[in-house]
Design a protein around this ligand. Structure first.
Ligand code: NAD
Length: 475
C-alpha cells in the first residue's frame, strides 16, 4: 500500500504492518491532505533491530566524518527549504515565512550538532600514585527514542537528531501524527547526505502504544521528549521503571513583566508579534502579562489595537500574519480557557472567539480584569491569548510570576539596570529575556526549571544528553 506520509524503517519508506492509517488535516481548511502510516509492534521491532545495527555502524564513523555528513544534511535541507516550508504550512498552519525560518533553524541545528561532534574528547587525570593515571572517555549512549510535537514539527525533531547523531547514536523518532511531513523532510535530508539507513527511523502510531513499547525496549538507552507536562510525567515514570535517562522539554507559562519606565506602545508592538507568532503555540510564548499600573492603559490599548488588526488567514497567503491553530482540539482547549475566564468576570477586550466556519482559526485575544481563580492563569494557554495583569507591588507580582510549577521562560521590559538585575535574579526560569523574548538558537542551552522539564538541548552541551562516560584506571 502506498501512503502519503510513510514510516521510515531500515532505509525503507513504507506502510505499517497492518496498513493502519490516520488522516492528516490542513488546519487552514479542514481538508484532508493525505494519510499517515501507523506502526504496529512488528514495525517497532524492526526499527529497534535496525537501530542496533545502525548504532554499531554510525558510532564507528569518525566524529569528523559525522560532522561532515551532518553539515551536508543541513545544506540539503536549506536547498529544500521552500518545499519543506510549504509542507509544514499545509500540515501545521503557520505562515510560510515562519515555516521557512523553522526549516533554516533546523538546518542550523544539524550543522551545530555536527560541529560539536568534532570537539568530542576525553581527558587524562593524574593518579594518586606515580604509576597510575585515569583516562575519561565519552561514548555514544546507545539507541535513542525521541518523541516530538506538532508546534515546531521540524525544529524540535532536528534538535534531537543533531545531538543524537552528533554523539554517534542511532535514533528512532516518533513525531506527531498531525504533522508528519516535516519530520519526513528532515529524515530525507539526513539520508540524502549519507547517514546510514539503519541509524535513523521515523515511526508514527498511536502515541501511548509506541512510547510504552519503545521506552522499556532492551535496545533503547535514552529517552527524549518535547511536549506537555502531563505526558512528560508519564514518559519519565515509564523510563524510571527501567532506569533510563530522560531529557524533558515541557511546557511554559511565561511571565512577561512590563515596567512603568518603558514606552508602552513600543513594548506592545514588540510583544504582539511575539504573542501571535505560531498562533501562540510556543512553549516560550509570553503568556502572563504583568503590566505596571502607570502604563497599563496605554499598553492594553495598543495590544487591543494589534489584536483587532492582526491579519489572520491561511499561512500560504503572504499577507497572513497569523495562521490557524493546529487542530480542532486546540480550538476547543483555547475556547474553554477564554470562556472560563469570561465566566469568572474577565473582560474580553479583543477577540475571544473562533473565526469563520472553515479550518481551526481563533481570534487574537486580549483579556483584562482576569480574576486569580481563572484557569488561564495556571494552565498554559498555548494559543493567541494575552491576559493582562496590572501590578503596582513588585514583590507580590514576583510571587505570582514564580508561583506556578512552570519554569521555562520569563521576560522583563525595563530600561532600569538595577531593576533588570533584581528581576532577572529573582525569576525562577531557565531562560530570561530582558527587553527581549527568547527563541532557541542552536548555540544556546535551553532547559526548563521546575516542572518545565530537566536536561537541556543545544549549546556546546548539545551532545551530552546522548553520551555516557567510562573511566579507565591505568597502572
Ligand atoms: P498532549 O499532551 O495530548 O500531547 C503533547 C504531545 O505529546 C503530542 O505531540 C502527542 O503526540 C504526544 N503524546 C501524547 N501522549 C503521548 C504518549 N503517551 N506517548 C508519547 N507521546 C505522546 O497535548 P496537545 O493537545 O497535543 O498539546 C497541547 C499541550 O502540549 C500544550 O498545552 C503544551 O503544554 C504542550 N506542548 C508543549 C510543547 C513544547 O514545545 N514544550 C509542544 C507541543 C505541545
Amino acid at each position: 500500500m502506498s501512503v502519503t506520509f510513510p514510516l521510515l524503517i531500515d532505509g525503507r519508506w513504507r506502510a505499517g504492518a497492518r496498513d493502519r492509517i490516520l488522516a492528516v488535516i490542513n488546519p487552514a481548511t479542514g481538508d484532508r491532505i493525505g494519510d499517515v502510516a501507523l506502526a504496529e509492534r512488528a514495525d517497532l521491532d524492526e526499527a529497534l533491530a535496525a537501530a542496533e545495527r545502525g548504532l554499531a555502524e554510525w558510532s564507528a564513523v569518525s566524529p569528523w566524518q559525522r560532522g561532515a555528513l551532518l553539515k551536508k544534511a543541513a545544506d540539503l535541507l536549506r536547498a529544500d527549504a521552500e518545499d519543506a516550508a510549504r509542507t509544514m504550512t499545509l500540515e501545521q498552519g503557520k505562515p510560510l515565512a515562519e515555516a521557512r525560518a523553522e526549516v533554516l533553524r533546523s538546518a542550523d541545528f544539524l550543522e551545530w550538532g555536527g560541529e560539536e561532534a568534532r570537539r568530542i574528547s576525553g581527558r587524562m587525570i593524574q593518579g594518586r600514585e606515580a604509576a597510575q593515571s585515569i583516562q575519561v572517555e565519552t561514548h555514544p549512549i546507545g539507541v535513542v527514542a525521541a518523541f516530538t510535537p506538532w508546534n515546531f514539527p521540524m525544529a524540535l525533531a532536528a534538535k534531537k537528531f543533531a545531538g543524537a547523531l552528533g554523539a554517534g547514536c542511532s535514533i528512532i523518532c516518533k513525531p506527531s501524527e498531525e504533522t508528519p511531513g516535516s519530520a519526513i523532510a528532515l529524515a530525507r535530508a539526513l539520508l540524502g547526505a549519507g547517514v546510514p539507513q539503519a541509524a535513523i527511523a521515523i515511526v508514527f502510531g498511536e502515541p501511548a502504544e509506541v512510547s510504552s513499547y519503545l521506552i522499556p525496549a532492551r535496545a533503547v538507552a535514552k529517552i527524549t521528549f518535547t511536549g506537555s507536562i502531563p505526558v512528560g510525567k508519564l514518559l519519565a515514570s515509564a523510563a524510571g521503571q527501567v532506569m533510563k535517562p530522560v531529557t524533558m522539554e515541557l511546557g511554559g507559562h511565561a511571565p512577561t513583566i512590563v515596567c512603568g519606565d518603558v514606552d508602552p506602545e513600543k513594548a506592545a508592538d514588540f510583544l504582539a508579534r511575539a504573542k501571535f507568532a505560531n498562533s501562540g503555540q510556543i512553549c516560550l510564548s509570553p503568556t502572563r502579562f504583568f503590566v505596571e499600573e502607570s502604563v497599563r492603559a496605554r499598553f492594553t490599548a495598543r495590544m487591543v489595537e494589534h489584536a483587532r488588526a492582526w491579519r489572520v488567514g491561511d499561512g500560504l497567503d503572504p499577507q497572513t500574519q497569523m495562521g490557524p491553530l493546529a487542530s480542532e482540539r486546540r480550538v476547543e482547549a483555547v475556547s474553554k480557557l477564554v470562556e472560563d475566564a469570561r465566566d469568572r468576570g474577565a473582560i474580553v477586550a479583543a477577540g475571544g472567539e473562533r473565526l469563520g466556519n472553515r479550518g481551526f482559526f481563533y481570534a487574537p485575544t486580549i483579556l483584562t480584569d482576569v480574576p486569580d481563580e481563572a484557569a488561564i492563569l495556571r494552565e498554559e494557554p498555548f494559543g493567541p491569548v494575552a491576559p493582562i495583569l496590572p501590578f503596582s507591588d513588585e514583590e507580590a507580582m514576583l510571587a505570582a510570576a514564580n508561583g506556578l510549577e512552570f519554569g521555562l521562560s520569563a521576560y522583563v521590559f525595563t530600561g532600569d539596570a538595577a531593576r533588570q538585575k533584581r528581576l532577572k535574579d529573582a525569576l525562577q526560569f531557565g531562560a530570561i529575556g530582558i527587553n527581549d523574548v527568547v527563541s532557541h538558537p542552536p548555540d544556546v542551552p535551553l532547559g526548563g526549571w521546575k516542572e518545565s522539564g530537566y536536561g537541556t538541548e543545544g549549546g556546546i552541551e548539545i551532545l551530552e544528553p546522548y553520551q555516557k562516560v567510562k573511566f579507565v584506571s591505568l597502572r
